[in-house]
Design a protein around this ligand. Sequence first.
Ligand SMILES: [Mg+2]
Length: 229
Amino acid sequence: MKYYYDTEFLEDGKTIDLISIGIVAEDGREYYAISKEADWERIDRHEWLMKNVVPQLPEPRDRPDLWKTRAEIAEEVKEFLLFDKKPKLWHWYGAYDHVVLCQLWGSMIDLPAGIPMFSADLRSMMTTGQAMKLPPQPEGLHDALEDARHLKVRYDWFYGQSKAPEVGKFFRVVNVPAFNGMTGVITRKWQTSGEWLCDMVPSDKPFGPCDEPSMFKDWVFSTDQIEII
Ligand SMILES: [Mg+2]
């Protein structure tokens, strides 16, 4: 299962100290916590954090349930990530985030079994040279949970785009036992909940765009169920 996460932290070129962490699981579960043990005196003197991060944090008196020790956060994050035994971590410009996350458990060799030793960076996947206009984040920038939520939005958008079927393409049905091996041509495509669907015209050979795709509207497959040939 994929986990999208973000952290806010205090760093000075030598150390990285967790302030808050937000994680969104692929199945919709969410986790958010703030470290009671961050160095709040130094944070108070850090202009950028005071302007961008601290205003996003709920007050301890309003949400005492979210303010936790590092040990509590470490235990809860471990439980959250190992829910399905095969977590895959995603972040955004996240080299520092990965270190902050792993240091919850100590040094590199202390990482609990099952927690991946790397996180995939969605930003680094977008280096194809192709200009991409990402969905903007409507609110909550530098709120770790809001940032993690938006990372999932961007992930779904990015992989949704790259999997978009092309009208007119000839394909074979796979992963649908009753139809496997049938071939056809895509006549229409649309996206729902991040998944691309397409109408098809059954055909044993490629042909140009179809004039009446609506005649075949009952033939709908997701892009995971076809392969372009
Ligand atoms: Mg952030």
